[in-house]
Ligand binder design. Structure first.
Ligand code: AMP
Length: 197
């Protein structure tokens, strides 16, 4: 199964992707996680991406497309994958189409977690407070002001990715504001429908 999880930052893509990894036995390909690992390792890509990520803006299409192109070729992704945080622009979506076509692969579904933006800002503020109360590090880009600029980047650059997949007939919408287990159930229904199609 080759899936994309779409939706703004904080919509719960990471949480749902991790569950899909367990039940489907396929890897979660998160460009955010891969970029954070590159920053932590101090690789040339990490050094280039760090300031952009800290500001909440988007890293260049070339960098993330290159990362995904290599990652899809790894052995654990042969049976499928869940993309989380990619594609974030129409150019990335087009590049993904082209790279999959070149490998003789296709996407099964793009699942959008729909949200209410003001409630989402509240959710992210709570997440940062809980992490800090538990003595865990708070991601710099979960600071409320940076989060708002990530949301703005989503609305400016990424909202157009949804119609891209709607036009291709593979977009499925799920209410991302529902409790985590309900979202999971809805996603399972989508997957059953896709598998039966
Ligand atoms: P995330 O963990 O998905 O919210 O990503 C954290 C940050 O990494 C984003 O705010 C961007 O700076 C960068 N990033 C992650 N994925 C992408 C992508 N597909 N395109 C451009 N920048 C990305």
């Amino acid at each position: 199964m080759r899936l994309i999880l779409l939706g703004p930052p904080g919509a719960g893509k990471g949480t749902q992707a991790q569950r899909l990894v367990k039940i489907l036995g396929i890897p979660q390909l998160s460009t955010g996680d891969m970029l954070r690992a590159a920053v932590a390792a101090g690789t040339p890509i990490g050094l280039q991406a760090k300031a952009v990520m800290d500001s909440g803006a988007l890293v260049s299409d070339d960098i993330v497309v290159g990362i995904i192109n290599d990652r899809i070729d790894e052995a654990d992704a042969k049976r499928g994958f869940v993309l989380d945080g990619f594609p974030r622009t129409v150019a990335q979506a087009q590049a993904l189409d082209a790279m999959l076509a070149a490998k003789g692969l296709r996407l099964d579904a793009a699942i959008e977690l729909t949200v209410d933006a003001p409630k989402l800002v509240d959710r992210i503020i709570r997440r940062a407070q809980e992490a800090s109360a538990a003595g865990q590090p708070v991601r710099k880009d979960d600071d409320p002001e940076v989060f708002k600029s990530r949301l703005a980047a989503y609305q400016r650059d990424t909202a157009a990715v949804t119609p891209f997949y709607r036009e291709r007939g593979i977009l499925r919408e799920v209410d991302g504001m529902a409790p985590i287990d309900d979202v999971a159930c809805e996603i399972d229904s989508v997957l059953s429908a896709v598998a039966a199609a």
